[in-house]
Design a protein around this ligand. Structure first.
Ligand code: PAF
Length: 281
């Protein structure tokens, strides 16, 4: 496995692979890899001849009061995991290589970036869209794989790839959960044992809403209430609970379609967690 640090090295590696007629896959990550990331690597290897993983804690997607400095990092451990997952190349740049002095260009996916997590974290998706566009420009992947846990991010990146004619297939993979239902996330590392137990309210709430939908409930408010009841019981502070169209993320009053998406964000202590589900899965 090659580890490359500079944008030029990444481009050289992927261009060589392209010239050899190989299909290039990319899995963008911020590191501190868990089973969810590893499932993205497996999915990428199934769809591509060569797989690159980027590990970069992207400063532009963190707000001024957010957790950039304390975001968990473990490059050595991540490289071991990538090796075990048979990744071909890891791209682990310094922030200055992605945003050199004089950098002024940002990418925005208007509308899609504004509500839900974007409404609560202004500028977050501008940072995500910018760094992913940079990674797409450097690696020119045929396919890129992202997790469905960041559902809004996935829809934004799909739109971005189409709108900018980037010729990359954006693939979303299902959320990987702990045996008790907690969606895997690098931020779970912040949770104390009692917080870890309370965090289960997110997945429990989504399951409760799905059960109500299966029993015939279609009203958005009642479905959102099912989530809120679990958050409240576990003293998880709601950031938002929303029922939206799966791709355009528009608010729904009713969940007539099984693929209507129910999304939740909440604070367990200081840690902000997100989760989501199709209402009818
Ligand atoms: O989902 C993430 O880990 C990040 O938002 C991404 C896509 C790697 C961009 O920094």
């Amino acid at each position: 496995m090659r580890v490359v640090r500079t944008p030029a090295e990444l481009t050289e590696w992927t261009e060589t692979a392209r010239r050899q007629g190989r299909r290039v896959g990319l899995v963008p990550t911020m590191g501190f890899l868990h089973q969810g990331h590893l499932s993205l690597m497996v999915a990428c290897r199934e769809r591509a001849d060569v797989t690159a993983v980027s590990i970069f804690v992207n400063p532009t997607q963190f707000g001024p009061t957010e957790d950039l400095a304390r975001y968990p990092r473990d490059l050595e451990g991540d490289l071991e995991k990538c090796r075990a997952a048979k990744v071909d190349t890891v791209f682990a740049p310094e922030a200055g290589a992605m945003y050199p002095p004089g950098h002024r260009t940002f990418v925005e996916v208007t509308g899609l970036q504004d509500g839900l997590c974007g409404g609560r974290r202004p500028g977050h998706f501008r940072g995500v869209a910018t760094v992913v566009t940079q990674l797409f420009a450097l690696a020119r992947p045929h396919v890129a794989v992202f997790g469905e846990k960041d559902w809004q991010q996935l829809q934004i990146l799909r739109r971005l790839a189409v709108d900018l004619h980037l010729g990359v297939e954006v693939v979303g993979m299902p959320i990987i959960r702990e045996p008790d239902g907690l969606a895997m996330s690098s931020r779970n590392a912040y949770l104390s044992p009692p917080e870890r137990t309370r965090a289960l309210a997110l997945s429990r709430g989504l399951a409760a809403a799905r059960a109500r939908w299966a029993a015939g409930e279609r009203g958005a408010e009642a479905l959102r209430e099912a989530v809120r009841a679990e958050l409240g019981a576990a003293e998880v502070r709601e950031d938002y609970v929303a029922l939206v169209t799966p791709d355009t993320l528009e608010d729904l009053q009713r969940a007539d379609r099984a693929d209507a998406r129910l999304l939740v964000a909440g604070f367990v202590g200081k840690t902000r967690l997100i989760d989501n589900t199709a209402i009818g899965c």
